[in-house]
Design a protein around this ligand. Sequence first.
Ligand code: FAD
Length: 467
Amino acid sequence: AKADGEYDVVVLGAGPGGYSAAFRAADLGLKVAMVERYATLGGVCLNVGCIPSKALLHTAAIIDEAAALADHGISFGKPTIDLDKLRAFKDGVIGKLTGGLAGMAKARKVTVIRGVGTFVDANTLSVKADDGEQTVKFANAIIAAGSQSVKLPFAPEDDRIVDSTGALLLKDVPKKMLIIGGGIIGLEMGTVYSTLGARLDVVEMMDGLMQGADRDLVKVWQKFNAHRFDNIMLKTKTVGIEAREDGVWVSFEGEGAPKEPQRYDLVLQAVGRSPNGKKIGADKAGVEVSDRGFIAVNSQMRTNVPNIFAIGDLVGQPMLAHKAVHEGHVAAEAAAGQKSHFDASVIPSVAYTDPEVAWVGMTEDEAKKQGLKITKGMFPWAASGRAIANGRDEGFTKLIFDEETHRIIGGGIVGTHAGDLISEVALAIEMGADMVDIGKTIHPHPTLGESVGLAAEVAEGSCTDLP
Ligand code: FAD
């Protein structure tokens, strides 16, 4: 048995990667400590990321859906919004989940150590807290210190200039909001604020919003959401931000740039996240960290130092919670001496906007760029009984198959619940399914999920359900 302060595994950071690794290691019989600087477990995802954003997006989607019911002859009138209650709902959701994690840690006898951890050497971590410093000895360490949002160097300190964490505080609803960065995080937050009453501008350096997704998927989202935006500035950079009493004035350069600086009540910086790899004294343990703060790992999530693993946002893209969780399991199993490897063929991406945009594996754009020969199966939701009955038939389901083998290599879905639907496509890819496997799988009727089977039938040429 190990003495106090001595562990088989010490996990640095209690986000999705960290807690998954700690729990798996404990389940495998190892003595585990998890070091976390914040009072609650759960990391970015549970406290200031995935979960609070989804709580607010859920509320926003219901407000929008209720308004749309006017077309069905049901009117509720303008909603009255009590921001204090909405914030309390969101905080309650976070509390349930982070409290649940604390219970799970306790049940597994994972020791939670509060404080900022930094390496002393390849077997020692020092943890500093307000009430003192302690030394923790470990046989194996799993670094899961995550990432933080990138701040524009010229952005002044001001309450009206926020990152996603600030936006999630939902202090008030601005009349006019600028989103800097047209990626998933910015567009999700924009959806919430716009439904609550804000008018939006968005500025993006690339030539389209929601990079990474096929343009045909994004087009459907953009058409449905055009009403939220006053100005979508593409191929445009923010070059100056000035906080004045009458508002935050922002100047732009590029193809979509207005000539004069524009005035905003709230500016959201959503220009990406940078890994925390450089802030943990990794060099003291001999762990190599790149200039940008990423830590390189092998398929067992081992760094260049064999008893030190790294997982989650700080080992690279995509910075997603479900990737961190799976990497955490691999690292814990490897630390326990198992022959586990991270071997995911695909990692799904979802924008939880309205409609949702989800994709996994090879996109059509990528396939074209790589000159791959593909067969595409497209099923428009305008032919889906369920989507029509829901009053939301703007979406479609698209599957991408290898032209020769007929095996599925990717897929994209735009429409309500696309994020839930994409899992079937991910499973099909992991299982090496072909178009017949998917098309002949009986899907329940009438569901949105049927569109996956039907898209496969379209690719195969046996679909009889299209008008
Ligand atoms: P993190 O969650 O970043 O956790 C790292 C933890 O380590 C933190 O708790 C931190 O306090 C702690 N820590 C760091 N350094 C130290 C130290 N030296 N000592 C002690 N503790 C330390 N992903 C999705 O998959 N789906 C989504 O819908 C989604 N929505 C998002 C929405 C927003 C607004 C944001 C910002 C992110 C979202 N993400 C989403 C991304 C997701 O949150 C991250 O991919 C995920 O949290 C990464 O997990 P992690 O374990 O690598 O690190």
